[in-house]
Design a protein around this ligand. Sequence first.
Ligand code: G6P
Ligand code: MN
Length: 448
Amino acid sequence: MKKYNVVIVGGGSHRNPDLMAMLASKKDVFPLKRVVLYDNEAERQEIMGQYGEILMREYYPELEEFIYTTDPDVAFKDVDFALMQIRAGRLPMREKDEKIPLVHGCVGQETCGAGGFAYGLRSVPAIIELVKQIRKHSPEAWILNYSNPAAIVAEATKRIFPDDYRILNICDMPIAIMDAYAKLLGCQRKDFEPRYFGLNHFGWFTHLYDKKTGADLMPSVREQLMAGEIFKKGSEDEHVREKSWVDTYNFMSTMVKDFPEYLPNTYLKYYLYPRHVVEESDPNYTRANEVMDGKEKDTYNMMKEVIKLGALKGTKYELDPNRGVHATYIVDLATSIANNTNDIFLIITKNRGCIPNLDSEMMVEVACRVGANGVEPLAMDPVDTFYKGLLENQYAYEKLTVDGFLECNKLKLLQALVLNRTVVDTDLAKVILDDLIEANKAFWPEFK
Ligand code: G6P
Ligand code: MN
């Protein structure tokens, strides 16, 4: 079996301990020769790197090489798979993305609305630069990108690298939602195959086909969601452990009651109920604060402890082989490509007529077969007026955001914000844009 070289781009991310544990747990189906962590911030990555060395030594002795570096010429040599999860501006800028719109009474969210717009304008140049660097050394590498805001990033990579079919943009939200459905159904996520349409963080499940019988399990999930709030704090699922995520999951019940045709992505809450979202937000303490005070701090403290102990095994930090690692979807995707198994994934990809009554250039999120030749979206029926209207509006926002960036055109950026359902009003859009420009000086070009 061929052994692969993997680089994790965004080496300091607090999600990497899970990702590395997952790579080690999948060595039978996705054997690796080399794992590299790459980040542009050495100090932060140092801790992750030292932790990773211990983890790999104990759990992946077969691995020939584990290194961490800030040198792209080292990191991107002979790569088979680049797993990209960067956060340009890190959590302090996420905090601004969330708080600035809230000051003006608009939704403050890292990927939706004006916050996602700001984040997009930081992510896009960073991702374009990274893809160029990877391509310089590894023209054939598969780039599995799950950096946010994925919709904007995908639109930009399509524009800049139109023929590069080895760049895949993917999001874990539908996977996490399917894990939650599986719990309701009393089965595993892999027991059913989804059908889904929309844009990233803006879509709907239409069917959940039982792999064995072909029966559609979607109506049963819908019935349960309609019966009331189902998710409880304390579940071991990555998301559902925290109160704010529990609330987000439970809000699916409200959405399904109002729009019972399909099962909504959790993120539709921000677009379809913006007033409710703003009312329940605390403009002084947002999700970024929760993550900085919680997950991120805990992860770094844990790693420092492990480094002091010099071991995971035999300590309380020992990896639990039974704990479901959320990040498996990334390796599942890589495995489907490496072994050409053509499994179904929800990928953000060019429509190409898959949804016949939508723009063929639209970067839709749909069910695709993924194998050694890339992504093949499954054909769908035309979408109804309500969904068509929502999607075309949202896609126009995404496109204008990318246009505005590529052309340094402030008018287009303003138009993007006015189209966004969480902003709408032009006077509001103008003041929010000015505030965001001020906050993002260190990251954005000058828009004219
Ligand atoms: C989901 C989304 C991601 C997003 C993440 C935020 O997984 O799919 O795109 O980055 O949630 O989670 P956090 O715990 O950082 O708020
Ligand atoms: Mn996502």
